[in-house]
Design a protein around this ligand. Structure first.
Ligand SMILES: Nc1ncnc2c1ncn2[C@@H]1O[C@H](COP(=O)(O)OP(=O)(O)O)[C@@H](O)[C@H]1O
Ligand SMILES: [Mg+2]
Length: 451
């Protein structure tokens, strides 16, 4: 029933008029008496009135309710279109408006979600403030770094959120100048970290600043390590070179004419040149192992055989120094997966130190099975290592006694090679030592029994 409302009202009045006429006629003819006619007219009029008001209510009521829902933000309700008149058109416009609103809202929500996903997946920290300096947004990276809650940070000042005066000052500087600011900052988070921070004033009329924080602590640490390494390596290379140059100059200045002196100097030059070669070789080895670390060619290794072979190499040296050299490797040790040559280097380097630094007593190599692998111990009765040097002996170029180390031809690289190889195989190496009593190196290598 899609007739127009005003037509319906008109028809209703017409119907009432006709009925009224009929009743007047019946009354005039004496067919019904006055009261009956009056009551009938009253009821008919009331009936039609009800019908009209119901009809008006149905069309307009729905429109009104839909408009009210819209006002409350409910956009999926639709007004029924019962007539083709103005009320129907109103309902239709309302529906179109609701649909458009819903579409725009969907688009805005999708855009907002996209922005949120981007912010959430960023590796850098983001802090945005409004023009008054109050935080309007921090992303999860910032929340994690500074151990704060993303939501509760909103509305607070930068200083309250990050507790760093310099960062706060730079925010205000960018806000005041309207110019981007770039700076490297050391911030306590509470541990000290180094950030590269870009402050960019927002272009919107509302103003404000957004800061991008990139954690460069690790990069700076590696850079420092590299610089340190180059400095150390140059220093180590320079020492024998200076010595060689010195002796060569003395020879050229006339010492060459004294055969005995010349022979002694040439002997020193020879030693220094060898040391230099050894140093360069060790450095190359270290670089090669570092490079290979992720791609060791692994194969099952019989640790017992490997250790016994290495020990045999040192027997003549030990005997010459009057040292007792013993091996205790039980049968049936777990099998280690690794590169045999590199694992042999571990044992050789440890034995080399033990024999080199120990002047009397004994050196023993022991192996035993532990949970998930094998433990190897190389123990000596040498001079021991001072407690303060223990954490450093695995560093490159570190020697406890530089002068003595040089005398014995040490480069300070042997143990760092050991550490690299062992860790590259998923193991660990540690050292225990007592000054004047001796030293024990313990190597753990993961392994298992062949199934
Ligand atoms: N068994 C040991 N007894 C005493 N000191 C040791 C022993 N092994 C290593 N060290 C100390 O650790 C330092 C580093 O060892 P390493 O890296 O092998 O270098 P290098 O043998 O070339 O000196 C040595 O210079 C020495 O001071
Ligand atoms: Mg060594």
């Amino acid at each position: 029933m899609r007739s127009r409302l005003n037509v319906r009202i008109l028809l209703s009045f017409l119907a009432i008029g006709v009925i009224f006429l009929c009743l007047s006629f019946a009354f005039a003819r004496g067919i019904i008496d006055f009261w009956l006619a009056a009551v009938l007219v009253l009821f008919t009029a009331a009936g039609f009135g009800l019908v009209v008001s119901w009809s008006v209510n149905r069309t307009l009521g729905d429109v009104v309710e839909t408009a009210q829902s819209l006002a409350h933000g409910v956009l999926d309700r639709k007004a029924g279109i019962y007539a083709g008149d103005q009320v129907g058109r109103l309902a239709e416009s309302l529906n179109v408006m609701a649909e458009r609103l819903r579409q725009s809202l969907d688009a805005v929500t999708a855009e907002k979600n996209r922005m949120q996903v981007i912010l959430d997946s960023m590796a850098d920290g983001v802090i945005a403030t409004d023009r008054s300096g109050a935080v309007i947004l921090v992303n999860p990276v910032v929340a994690e770094i500074f151990d704060i809650d993303e939501k509760s940070a909103r509305g607070k000042s930068v200083l309250e959120v990050v507790r760093d005066y310099e960062l706060d000052r730079l925010f205000r500087e960018a806000l005041a100048s309207g110019q981007p600011v770039k700076k490297e900052l050391r911030i306590l988070t509470p541990e000290a970290k180094i950030f590269r921070v870009h402050f960019t004033p927002l272009k919107s009329p509302e103003g404000g600043v957004v800061a991008l924080l990139r954690d460069i602590t690790e990069r700076r640490r590696l850079e420092m390590m590299r610089t340190e390494f180059v400095a150390n390596a140059s220093h180590e290379l320079r020492t024998p070179l200076t010595s060689i140059l010195g002796y060569v100059e003395t020879l050229l200045d006339g010492a060459v004419d004294d055969p005995e002196l010349a022979r002694r100097f040439l002997g020193v030059i020879n030693d220094e040149a060898r040391r230099l070669t050894k140093l360069v070789d060790s450095l190359l080895d270290l670089a090669r192992i570092e490079e290979k670390r992720t791609a060791f060619r692994r194969q099952p290794v019989d640790i017992r055989e490997l250790v016994e072979k290495a020990v045999r190499v040192f027997e003549p040296q030990a005997r010459a120094k009057g040292l007792a050299l013993s091996v205790e490797m039980p049968d049936g040790l777990p099998v280690v997966e690794g590169e045999p040559d590199l694992l042999a280097r571990v044992v050789v380097n440890l034995l080399d130190n033990a024999v080199k630094f120990t002047d009397r007593g004994s050196i023993s190599v022991r192996g035993h099975a532990v949970e998930n692998g094998v433990e190897l111990e190389v123990e000596d009765t040498g001079p021991g290592i001072p407690a303060e040097s223990l954490p450093r002996v695995f560093e490159r170029f570190y020697r406890v006694d530089k002068a003595r180390g040089r005398e014995t031809g040490g480069t300070g690289i042997g143990l760092s090679i050991v550490k690299h190889i062992v860790e590259g195989h998923g193991g660990q190496v540690r050292v225990e030592s007592q000054l004047g009593k001796g030293t024990r190196f313990i190597v753990f290598l993961p392994g298992g029994h062949p199934s």
